[in-house]
Design a protein around this ligand. Structure first.
Ligand SMILES: [Zn+2]
Length: 305
């Protein structure tokens, strides 16, 4: 009898612990800004692990044991898609042996399905073209205008996996969209001076941002994505920068600015580094503070001109 009762208690405690652990949905996000979005919508019902750090290159993320562990335990994997993570994520998914997060399952969410990709190549793509992404430019998370669509898609999926939380997610979505729309209007009006401004960027990663704020990217330092530029291309760029009166050469914090600095000093332009992700700099730990920092950096640069 005694043993039976202890057995019952152990079982009940075991059940409640299991329930407590299940109460939070375990979400793995490939990028910091995706993790930040999941936190906005998921709130207290989710526990989010971010794979790439804000200052790591998401094209080539080194595999870490902590990544595998998180993938094994996850209920939901949220990715950028458009082949941004193709160099490392398929291996991680394979290694995790977690059927819940395999592509095509409810626990695998590719956020690019909620956007219209830019620069989808017309013809076939091969390695001689550099690191061209055959499904289109994958760097859409730097564009604040796409977040409401991403947030809606994410809220739907969270509700499908965790139906008890549906009204909670819907309320957080509505609140996020209200606050985001307000900030987006503010950011757009503060950056109105960028309309039509010609710039040169290092990597092809600011195209979506440029579309939203009216910037004209006239060329990239990398003539082929992911491959260092040939001297010939740099000479062409110098001429272009002068001809188009480009004032700013823009790169992300991830890029070594040496080539751009040389180019800037020769062509009379200035180099500007932008924070490319949530948590890429101090004070950019969530979506709002990241875009606020991005906008402020551009505003400050304008005042220096
Ligand atoms: Zn890229």
């Amino acid at each position: 009898m005694h043993t039976f009762r202890i057995g019952m208690i152990t079982m009940l405690v075991g059940l409640s612990i299991a329930h407590g652990a299940e109460a939070k949905l375990r979400v793995v996000a490939t990028l910091t800004e995706i993790g930040a979005l999941v936190e906005e919508i998921g709130g207290d019902r989710v526990e989010v692990a971010r794979l790439a750090k804000g200052n790591e290159d998401p094209h080539t993320l080194p595999a870490k044991p902590s990544h595998s562990r998180r993938m094994m335990e996850a209920n939901l994997l949220v990715t950028n898609g458009l082949q941004l993570e193709i160099g490392w994520l398929p291996l991680l998914i394979e290694g995790a042996r977690n059927p819940r997060i395999r592509p095509g399952t409810i626990g695998h969410l590719d956020l690019s399905s909620f956007i219209e990709p830019l620069e989808v190549p017309d013809g076939p793509v091969d390695r001689s073209m550099g690191d061209v992404h055959p499904e289109g430019n994958p760097h859409y998370t730097v564009d604040p205008s796409i977040y409401p669509a991403l947030a809606e898609g994410l809220a739907d999926r969270l509700s499908a996996i965790d139906p008890e939380g549906a009204s909670y997610y819907a309320a957080r979505l509505a609140d996020f969209e209200r606050r985001w729309t307000e900030k987006l209007t503010d950011w757009k009006s503060r950056l109105a001076f960028l309309q039509g401004e010609p710039i040169v960027t290092y990597h092809k990663q600011w195209e979506y941002f440029a579309r939203t704020f009216g910037l004209r990217i006239i060329d990239n330092v990398e003539s082929k994505p992911g491959i260092p530029p040939a001297p010939r291309h740099i000479a062409d760029l110098e001429a272009k920068i002068r001809a188009e009166n480009v004032r700013r050469l823009v790169h992300s914090d991830l890029i070594d600015p040496a080539i751009m600095r040389k180019l800037a000093s020769r062509s009379g332009s200035r180099v500007l580094a932008l924070p490319q992700a949530v948590d890429s700099r101090d004070g950019t730990g969530d979506l709002f503070s990241w875009f606020e920092t991005l906008v402020s950096v551009l505003e400050r640069a304008q005042k220096e001109d």
